[in-house]
Design a protein around this ligand. Structure first.
Ligand code: NOJ
Ligand code: NOJ
Length: 431
């Protein structure tokens, strides 16, 4: 087919782009004028001002650095990051809790009006710290990491069922994404507590993770996972569909649960129609994906028109790469059912009727074809990023829904981290 992404072009570009991404992430850590360990969301200080350290962004970015970019240089940066976060944990904040979303370059909590608390932050931080515990000396773990990890996890065990602001900092309620990263943190935390001989914490974290898992199941609405329940202001929803890339990010940030292809399909279909640039894609370029269809934040202000984001477009690719990895490593026989049929119908270019109840047995010829189609589709999402990036490889937050030009905060650390983790997943390294 003419719209096949060119695999060797993607291979070559990814090699270059991941190293540019890594260099640009490093430039955002410890910038002049900030406390040690400051991880700027972006170097942009106005229009928009993103020169803050968000607990969420910093945790996700440093997890990528810690997992596949660990060396003597980054070891130092990671310890700086840890020092910053421990400082934040103790800093007085407006929220007066561990869910304060963002911090100033001098380490103090941001004290303007903001959506707070955002309780995904401490969960993401704990997961990153637990990964670091496997890298650093027992002494450093005992004195520095352990108290910080338990602090976050004890907090999460306490507040998990309370409403808070979502990862997009807009909606107050109980969120699929937030619960997913909390569950992951507690599961990792239970193993960590056991290794530390803290059996009562281990038990607490296991019990809480189980309760969260039960609650998560209720987000399935029969057709897809919806983003939010229990709005703080009932009736205030401006997102009637509940379709949100936050659910896909939740899966790639936690590796659980696995069955989100039907949700991914619905989200893709919505964005394909919504953004004019999707109608004029050059050959080999995939659909551009935003945060959620009703988004009005244009990178500078809300009440405007939302756009596709690099984070979410790369995340869609990563979801596909992860599905391939899982099918292969678990020797899965992929089964089509009434829920996932639309996804497979589009992928295989077949009718849903022809596919329903069909299987792709692991190792069969049809399985190989399926995996090939998945890999091509994933590469198309990567090609989308390639097509809209700047010539020098820099990535901002968004790209314009009409003309594809970058907009919003420039050199967004999280955009770079999302590219790297997607490329890693393509190569079979899952974080
Ligand atoms: C800034 C937040 O970071 C962004 O997620 C949000 O969409 C806008 N403010 C508008 O509320
Ligand atoms: C806005 C995004 O919605 C939010 O998730 C992120 O933490 C901040 N920008 C900073 O990058």
């Amino acid at each position: 087919a003419t719209d096949m992404p060119n695999k060797s072009i993607i291979d070559e570009w990814l090699q270059e782009e991941t190293s540019i991404s890594f260099e640009n992430i490093k430039r955002n850590i410890n910038p002049p004028g900030a406390i040690r360990g400051f991880v700027a969301a972006s170097p942009s200080r106005d229009h928009p001002n993103y020169f803050y350290s968000w607990t969420r962004d910093a945790g996700l970015v440093m997890r990528v650095v810690a997992s596949t970019r660990y060396n003597d240089e980054t070891k130092r940066l990671l310890q700086d990051y840890v020092a910053q976060e421990i400082y934040h944990q103790a800093a007085p904040t407006v929220c007066n809790c561990l869910g304060e979303p963002k911090f100033n370059p001098d380490g103090s909590g941001y004290d303007g009006a903001w959506g707070r608390p955002q309780n995904d932050g401490p969960a993401i931080r704990a997961t990153t710290f637990i990964l670091l515990a496997s890298r650093f000396t027992p002494d450093y773990v005992e004195r520095t990491l352990k108290p910080a990890i338990f602090r976050d996890l004890d907090y999460i065990s306490d507040v998990w069922s309370e409403p808070c602001f979502d990862l997009w900092e807009e909606v107050c309620g109980v969120h699929f994404y937030t619960l997913m990263v909390m569950r992951r943190a507690l599961t990792d935390g239970a193993a960590f507590a056991l290794a530390q001989g803290d059996f009562s914490r281990q038990a607490l974290y296991v019990t809480t993770a189980d309760k969260i898992a039960e609650r998560l199941a209720s987000f399935w609405n029969g057709a897809y996972y919806a983003a939010t329940q229990d709005l703080c202001e009932p009736g205030s929803s401006f997102k009637p569909s509940g379709l949100d890339m936050a659910t896909i990010l939740a899966v790639i940030h936690t590796g659980w649960p696995k069955k989100v292809l039907a949700t991914a399909h619905k989200i893709e279909a919505v964005f394909e129609q919504l953004y004019p640039l999707n109608a004029e894609r050059p050959s080999g370029v995939g659909i551009s994906i935003g945060r959620y269809p009703e988004d009005t934040y244009d990178g500078y202000q809300s009440g405007s028109l939302g756009n596709p984001w690099f984070i979410t477009t790369a995340a869609m690719a990563e979801l596909y790469y992860r599905a391939i990895h899982e099918w292969k490593s678990e020797q899965t026989t992929v089964a089509v059912n009434s829920i996932n049929a639309p996804f497979f119908a589009k992928l295989m270019g077949m009718s849903e009727d022809a596919l329903i109840d069909r299987t792709f047995p692991f190792g069969s010829k049809s399985f190989t074809t399926l995996v090939q189609r998945m890999a091509d589709e994933a590469d198309r999402f990567m090609a989308t990023v390639r097509y809209h990036q700047r010539d020098n490889g820099s990535l901002s937050e968004q790209f314009n829904r009409f003309n594809g030009f970058e907009q919003g905060a420039r050199d967004l650390s999280w955009s770079y981290a999302a590219m790297i983790s997607s490329a890693d997943a393509r190569a079979g390294h899952l974080i």
